[in-house]
Design a protein around this ligand. Structure first.
Ligand SMILES: [Zn+2]
Length: 370
């Protein structure tokens, strides 16, 4: 029942009866139990004079249990106290460039205290979820390789456990958590099979199979950016060459456009030039779109998703050069899959990894019963 209330934010007793397949008196007993434990509240919807007795609405209490969600990025750390139902109660953001592991652990521990001080006294912290910009061994909580912040084999989960004792601490890859967030609370909310591809400098993704995030045996699954597209392509930080990331990432776009500057402003300028019809920029966008279409064809053929969510700079490529992508898909994805696979954009924006981190924490908390 808690999982249902968490997923939908609030539900009526009638909806819970239907979705859980239990009788009304059992639902009443269970709701009563959660109310006594301080996790949910019940209220009768006011207003109107509808015929019949309105069904009670069951909703998470704002002073009930919450998780600490953290997004560790190349230039910032965002921490948030997130309650049942995915409600972000309070958040803190710190600018920190290429942070060392010690700094990150100190910051997260300090944020946990500061956020707790802003929460109601009865609210209890029940778990921690951290999004890291790299490869994560999920059962060991180890950040194996995060090239953009120059981390290798950092035991982040263990270091946090020493500072935040007694809490369930989970670390995940940012793109995997973005996929989880879009599936739980975003553009793919009603779907069971979804592929999520996001790209700026790096290209990553996540795959939801039958409603569950595909993690692989260690948590390394979903490395869409390192599918090899061109055996003679540019070398990649992973040790291979011709990876998707080296062909459709922002650095490739800038290289194709003949721009030597790096960074978001340079990328935005190329995209704007392409939209204005400047030939070199437009050609650069077409090159990226062509390879993006090939990558999506591979993913559609392998996973047969209900939709592919395309995010960040790649969403801009999709918007500007959709025709090229569709042409590649028409050529390379199997017709029966392609015909039923829309390309959509994320609904959660910049906070998707943060929301995914909160969902990761809640998954484990809810599985073990709060
Ligand atoms: Zn690679």
């Amino acid at each position: 029942m808690l999982r249902e209330i968490h997923r939908y934010g609030e539900l009526t007793r009638a909806e819970l009866t239907t979705s859980l397949g239990l009788n009304r008196s059992t639902i009443g007993d269970l709701v009563g139990d959660l109310v006594r434990r301080g996790m949910v509240d019940e209220h009768v919807p006011g207003g109107g004079d509808k015929a019949g007795r309105p069904s009670h609405v069951v909703a998470p209490r704002p002073d009930g249990p919450y998780v600490l969600a953290v997004e560790l990025d190349v230039e910032r750390i965002v921490s948030a106290a997130v309650g049942l139902g995915g409600r972000v109660h309070v958040r803190r953001e710190t600018t920190i460039v290429e942070p060392a592991p010690g700094e990150v652990v100190d910051r997260i521990a300090a944020d946990a205290l500061a956020l707790a001080a802003e929460m109601p006294a009865s609210a209890t912290l029940v778990g921690v979820g951290v999004s890291a910009p790299g490869t994560v061994h999920v059962t060991e909580g180890l950040v194996v390789h995060a090239p953009n912040i120059r981390w290798r084999d950092v035991p982040l989960g263990q270091a946090l456990a020493e500072r935040l004792p007694g809490l369930d601490i989970r670390i995940g890859n940012n793109a995997n958590l973005g996929a989880l967030a879009e599936h739980q609370r975003g553009a793919a909310r009603q779907m069971r099979d979804v592929v999520y591809v996001t790209g700026s400098v790096g290209v990553g993704g996540g795959v939801i199979v039958d409603g569950t995030l595909l993690q692989g045996s260690n948590g390394y699954a979903g490395e869409i950016g390192h599918i090899m597209l061109d055996p003679d392509g540019p070398s990649c930080h992973c040790g291979s060459n011709g990876c998707v990331e080296t062909i459709i990432g922002e650095h490739a776009l800038l290289r194709y456009a003949g721009v030597t500057d790096l960074g978001p402003a340079a990328v935005a300028a190329v995209l704007a030039d392409a939209e204005r019809g400047s030939p070199r920029a437009a050609e650069a966008v077409v090159r990226v779109a062509t390879s993006l279409g090939r990558t999506l064809a591979i993913l559609i053929n392998v996973f047969n998703p209900e939709a592919v969510v395309v995010g960040d700079t790649l969403a801009e490529i999709l918007r500007i050069e959709c025709a090229t992508i569709e042409r590649e898909l028409a050529h390379r994805a199997k017709a029966e899959s392609r015909a039923v696979t829309p390309l959509i954009t994320p609904a959660l924006g910049r906070d998707s990894a943060l929301i995914g981190a909160s969902e990761l924490a809640f998954q484990h908390v809810l599985a073990s019963a709060v």
